[in-house]
Each structure stands twice: as structure tokens, then as C-alpha cells.
Design a protein around this ligand. Structure first.
Ligand code: OOG
Ligand code: NI
Length: 475
């Protein structure tokens, strides 16, 4: 290596901002935009923050847990959003755009089997420290044209989508630049955030006429939402609450109407995975394309608000038990819960989940969940004669040389996601069934790379904390 090269890379490293800076700036700017466009979202943010502050001041245990895992710093900036894309190019380029912000695709979610003609991934940071600095993530779906049975309509949709460009020229230039030079300086990063945001903005005018819009709705409301507009408007942003039951009941007091049931597991002492609820999408005025002077106006529902409570991530064994208990509950009430059977559903869910251990100690010893491991002061007394290995971990834990904290679930749940889609699209569509099932390979082909496997990510993250402990003990 020549010395010139070294100097150059030193110089550029100095002027580049971190992906965390870009991600946080993007998340904050988008949140401000959404607050402006959907005022109820702002109200929800206030409510969530108020309740989080109460939980933290009332529970020393939760406060310490969040401090030890590093989540405390991110709690009030924590949110996820969702977009729906129309064609492979958009998914491919979105992956490149998110990479500029240090966000990568993790997990594959098949929603077709739940009646929604899309498949999805979520873009987020990978490293734990990066997540704590900038937790923003985005659930990203791609429309599955292969599931549209009306040939003529499908061809029309392809033509409409072919003719749209959802990214600005400047955003595309800066993606290229960031890829070539391995980062962006502050000025470019700020421009990038501004330009990238354009893709997520709401557009009041549709790109199709009213007749086409109706034809798209006739196929599926979701298809109209994806195809009829200039871009993939952000359809919700979701803050993280520490007590979703409290927020749900307080929402009603503030005249924000939540959906009928909370998606995910029931209320527990030790929260697992993810519980979510949303308020219904707003009815927004839309102008459809037409000859000048004859444009029709109409309505469209797309943008809503959501809140979520995150709990401990589950191992494959834990996930299987979760799916078994959830399926059993849904089968008993005959499918997706609704307003009429909500009460019965909640009772049944609670009853069935009694089979799921509800102490962190059991969740750890039965290998149902993932944990962060920490050493305690006691390790000073450990004899140095023995080299400790992974197989000693449970004994070390029992003897008080190690402690654990639950590892938060950072991702999404397909059944819950389908429930969120359905509640905001209208129930008729939710009952649709698509025979085709998941097609991860096609998704990854369109994405341009493989998605990170979720269990591998949690397994690795847990192992890293164990290895760190063993290194301290064996030092
Ligand atoms: C995405 C719904 C999924 C979640 O939190 O599970 C989602 C959408 O409606 O586009 O955001
Ligand atoms: Ni969501």
C-alpha cells in the first residue's frame, strides 16, 4: 500500500458522518413530516412518552434492565415505519438507499398466506451498539404481481409501474457516491436525507384516473394503494411503549379509536416478542387524473398510527410454542379475531398462553428466549485453574458469577403484520386467500441480496455476550 492511499483514506474517514447520524436524522425528519401530515400521530407520541416516563419512574426493575441493555438511550427515539413497493427495481434501489443509513434487510415475511398479496423484509441496523444509537427500522413490502389473476389488469399495472420513478435524481446520485466512496460527508448526508424523504411523502393527486383506481380497489385495496400514487408514502410510524395496555386504554380517553384487539401475545409479567395495536387509517381526499377541468375527486385510506411493546426475543423452540398457542386460539374462534369475538379471543389467548413459562429464569433455562449475559463482581473469587467454556454457562449463572437481561425482539411477526394490514384496509380483503405461498428466492432476487436470517442474528448476538463474559472470566 502506498502512503498516499493511507492519507487519502484517513482524510475521507474524517469528513464522513456515521450511518447512525444519517439514520437518526432521517428518522427525526420523517417523524416531523408525519406529525405535520397526520396530527394524531403527534398526539400518540406524547401519550407514549408520558406513559414510558411513568413506567420508568415506577419500576426500578424495568429501568435497570433498560440501562443494562443500553435500550434506555434509544427509547424515546425508537420507532418503525412501513412502506409498500410496486416493482423489483424499487426494492433493489430501496436496499441501496437504506444501506447509506446503515440499514440492512433482516427476515422474510410471507403475507400472501394471510390474504395480503405482498412479501416483505425489514431494514434495520445490525450491530447492537448501532441499534441503541439509532433504532429506526422500516417494514418494506413488495407487491406480488404474480398473485393477480386478472391478466389484463396485471398488464395495466405493469405499465403504470414501469412509468414511475419514485427516487429523485439527486438521491440516486448520492446513493452512487456513497457506494463508491464508502460514505457521505455532512453536507451530502443532509442533502441525501432531504432527497430521500421525497420518496416517502404523501401525494394528494393520484397517477391514475378514477376508473382505474376503482379497478385496482376491486382487485385488492392494497393494490390501489401501491399502484395509484407517485410513490410509496410512509403509511405509519410506530413509537415503542413500555405498557401497551395502558396506552390502549388511554387512547380511548383521548378519542383515538384503536383497533379491536392487540396483535401478538397476551399481557404477561415477562413480555415476549411484540404486541401491537393501531388506530384506523385516515380518510384522505384524492384528486384522480383526468382531462383538465374534469378531474374527479375521491377518497383514499392509507395512513394510520400504531404503537408497539417489545419483549424478549424467542429461540426457535420458543417461536414454535408461540405459533402453536396462537394458532390454537385463532382456530377456536374460527380465524382472525374481530370486534364481535374480541373479548372471547382475549380470554382464550390468555388461557392458552398459561402454557408459556412467565419467568425470565424459566425462559432462560428452558431455552425459550435469548438473553444478554453479564459477569458479576463475584468472578474475582473464581479459581484461575480452570478454563471456562460455553458448557459452564448455566452453572456459572446458577452460582451467581453471571447474570442475564432479556434480549429485546427487534423484528416483526407475520400474523400480526397481516392483522395490521387488514384492519387498515377493510375486512373483506382480509378474508381473501392466495394459494401461492412464500417465494423468498424471488424476493431476494429482486432485492439483490439475501436477507439476514433472524434466528442466526439473535443466536450470534447472544453468543457474543457469552464470549465476552468467558473472556473476562478466563483473563
Ligand atoms: C405494514 C404492516 C406491518 C407491523 O408493524 O407489523 C407492520 C403495512 O401495513 O404496510 O408495520
Ligand atoms: Ni407497523
Amino acid at each position: 500500500m502506498s502512503s498516499i492511499n493511507t492519507v487519502q483514506s484517513l482524510n475521507t474517514e474524517k469528513t464522513f458522518v456515521s450511518p447512525e447520524y444519517i439514520r437518526n436524522r432521517f428518522s427525526k425528519t420523517m417523524s416531523d413530516m408525519y406529525k405535520n401530515e397526520v396530527p394524531l400521530y403527534g398526539e400518540l407520541l406524547d401519550l407514549v412518552q408520558e406513559i414510558n416516563n411513568n413506567v420508568i419512574s415506577e419500576s426500578k426493575e424495568i429501568k435497570e434492565q433498560l440501562e443494562r441493555t443500553g435500550e434506555i438511550t434509544r427509547l424515546n427515539m425508537e420507532r418503525h415505519g412501513a412502506i409498500r413497493l410496486g416493482k423489483p427495481y424499487e426494492l433493489f434501489t430501496m436496499r441501496r438507499l437504506f444501506k447509506v443509513m446503515g440499514m440492512f434487510p433482516l427476515g422474510y415475511y410471507d403475507l400472501a398466506s394471510a390474504g395480503v398479496p405482498v412479501h416483505s423484509t425489514a431494514f434495520r441496523a445490525i450491530e447492537n451498539t448501532a441499534l441503541n444509537q439509532a433504532p429506526f427500522r422500516i417494514f418494506t413490502s413488495l407487491l406480488r404481481l404474480d398473485l393477480i389473476d386478472d391478466d389484463k389488469l396485471r398488464t395495466n399495472i405493469e405499465t403504470i409501474l414501469e412509468n414511475r420513478q419514485i427516487f429523485t435524481i439527486k438521491a440516486l446520485e448520492l446513493i452512487d457516491k456513497s457506494e463508491k466512496e464508502n460514505g457521505l460527508n455532512k453536507e451530502d448526508a443532509d442533502t441525501f436525507v432531504k432527497e430521500a424523504l421525497e420518496t416517502f411523502r404523501w401525494h394528494e393527486t393520484a397517477t391514475v384516473d378514477h376508473e382505474m383506481y376503482e379497478a385496482l380497489v376491486g382487485q385488492h385495496r392494497l393494490i390501489a394503494d401501491v399502484v395509484a400514487f407517485k410513490g410509496p408514502h410512509i403509511n405509519h410510524l410506530t413509537p415503542r411503549t413500555l405498557d401497551i395496555d395502558k396506552v390502549q386504554s388511554s387512547m380511548e380517553a383521548r378519542n383515538i379509536t384503536p383497533k379491536d384487539i392487540i396483535e401478538g401475545p397476551p399481557t404477561r409479567k415477562c413480555p415476549i416478542l411484540l404486541r401491537q395495536t393501531s388506530f384506523k387509517a385516515l380518510t384522505e381526499k384524492v384528486t384522480f387524473k383526468g382531462k383538465t377541468g374534469t378531474e374527479k375527486t375521491g377518497e383514499h385510506k392509507a395512513r394510520f398510527g400504531e404503537i408497539e411493546q417489545r419483549g424478549v426475543a424467542l429461540t426457535k423452540k420458543g417461536q414454535d410454542l408461540y405459533n402453536e398457542l396462537l394458532d390454537k386460539t385463532r382456530k377456536t374462534i374460527g380465524g382472525s379475531p374481530n370486534a364481535e369475538n374480541a373479548l372471547k379471543y382475549n380470554q382464550l389467548l390468555k388461557e392458552n398462553f398459561k402454557k408459556f413459562p412467565d419467568t425470565y429464569q424459566e425462559l432462560q433455562s428452558e431455552e425459550l428466549a435469548y438473553f444478554h449475559y453479564f459477569t458479576t463482581d463475584k468472578i474475582k473469587n473464581l479459581s484461575k485453574d480452570k478454563t471456562h467454556t460455553k458448557s459452564d454457562v448455566n452453572q456459572l449463572l446458577k452460582d451467581g458469577y453471571l447474570t442475564t437481561e432479556p434480549m429485546v425482539y427487534e423484528d416483526f411477526l407475520p400474523v400480526s403484520a397481516a392483522g395490521i394490514f387488514a384492519s387498515n384496509l377493510g375486512t373483506d380483503d382480509a378474508e381473501r386467500e392466495y394459494e401461492e405461498t412464500s417465494n423468498q428466492l424471488l424476493f431476494e432476487k429482486h432485492l439483490g441480496e439475501s436477507v439476514f436470517k433472524l434466528t442466526t442474528w439473535y443466536e450470534n448476538t447472544q453468543n457474543k455476550t457469552i464470549e465476552k463474559c468467558l473472556a473476562q472470566i478466563n483473563a
